[in-house]
Write a protein that binds this ligand. Structure first.
Ligand code: AMP
Length: 303
């Protein structure tokens, strides 16, 4: 098995963001793609970072694939669906507060759980596979089963599966389906990366220890519970409980991609030999810098 392939699987959408003069700037974004983008910048040239999804065969989909390739992402596992195209979201600014409107219900990515053989190809030779709660939420129940079964097979072959729970209750049929999906994802994951505020809302957790216990009991070997500016509470089957305080951030500009960059920072650090506490420090340092910049992809940090 290659030791140098990082694969993120999920949905990347067209993003329409407010620009000068009432115009909108078009870009491409999505949680798992953001993570891949940061991983690409953090991992050395001996790593391939791939993004796996389904897109259409139209020019908007071509534009996304070209954009990813230009960012150094391997696009060889982007399946093309002749009947569908990308999802889209629009950011609106009202007195400085961002709100989002989505057109994603019929996106090509919703079908990425339909083809078991394709998923096995995507995961073949992956050292790491990263998925999120959004990746699972956009699939139908059969697609979730198919994706998790493929992740389980990859895990058995030695792939490290990372699962960022990224809860979006409105993407799931109901709260029960969401909770079942989270446990299924965790059951095939080595590392689970929940955010405490979301876990409180979904499960009523009283403390990060409750969050750790649930995903540990579901089968994860590493659980890293983020909590905004608060303490990161992690547990690994090797090192036990680890707590790290993120460095204070002087000015929070835009929290988009805090969790996505944290995941990339944590995984990249662990993959290159860092202990859990050091990996959290590196992840939180990156996330803290990302939220000091506008937008999901903080290019300025890597110039
Ligand atoms: P969250 O998913 O909101 O808990 O954020 C993920 C990570 O981003 C946290 O674990 C922190 O490392 C970082 N982060 C988010 N918000 C803040 C903040 N206000 N100050 C410092 N770090 C933050």
């Amino acid at each position: 098995m290659s030791k140098h392939r990082f694969v993120a699987i999920g949905e990347c959408m067209v993003e329409m963001a407010p620009a000068e003069g009432g115009l909108y700037a078009m870009g491409y974004a999505g949680d798992t793609f953001n993570c891949a983008w940061y991983a690409r910048r953090l991992l050395g040239p001996d790593w391939t970072v791939a993004y796996a999804t389904r897109a259409g065969r139209d020019s908007v989909s071509d534009g996304m694939v070209e954009f990813m390739a230009a960012e150094g992402i391997d696009t060889g596992h982007i399946a093309r669906d002749p009947d569908r195209t990308l999802g889209l979201y629009l950011i609106q600014l009202t007195e400085g507060e961002r709100s989002f409107a989505y057109w994603r219900g019929q996106s090509a990515a919703r079908r990425l759980g339909e083809d078991s053989a394709w998923l096995d190809q995507v995961l073949d030779e992956a050292r790491v596979a990263h998925v999120s709660g959004i990746t699972l939420a956009i699939l139908d129940p059969a697609g979730r089963d198919t994706l998790c079964a493929a992740l389980g097979r990859a895990q058995a072959r030695g792939t490290h599966v990372s699962f960022d729970t990224n809860l979006r209750p409105r993407l799931w049929e109901d709260a029960e389906a969401m909770r079942a999906g989270l446990l299924m994802g965790a059951s095939v994951a080595d590392t689970v990366l929940p955010s405490f505020d979301e876990e409180v809302a979904a499960w009523g957790d009283a403390s990060p220890a409750d969050t750790v216990a649930r995903y540990r009991d579901a089968g994860a070997g590493t659980v890293v519970v983020k909590n905004g500016a608060g303490l990161v509470t992690a547990w690994t089957d090797v090192d036990g409980l680890v707590e790290v305080a993120p460095a204070p951030v002087a000015r929070v500009i835009d929290t988009t991609a805090a969790g996505d960059s944290f995941a990339a920072g944590f995984l990249a650090a662990r993959l290159t030999g860092a202990e859990p506490g050091a990996a959290i420090t590196r992840a939180a340092t990156l996330a803290g810098r990302v939220i000091g910049e506008r937008g999901a992809l903080a290019r300025g940090l890597f110039d």
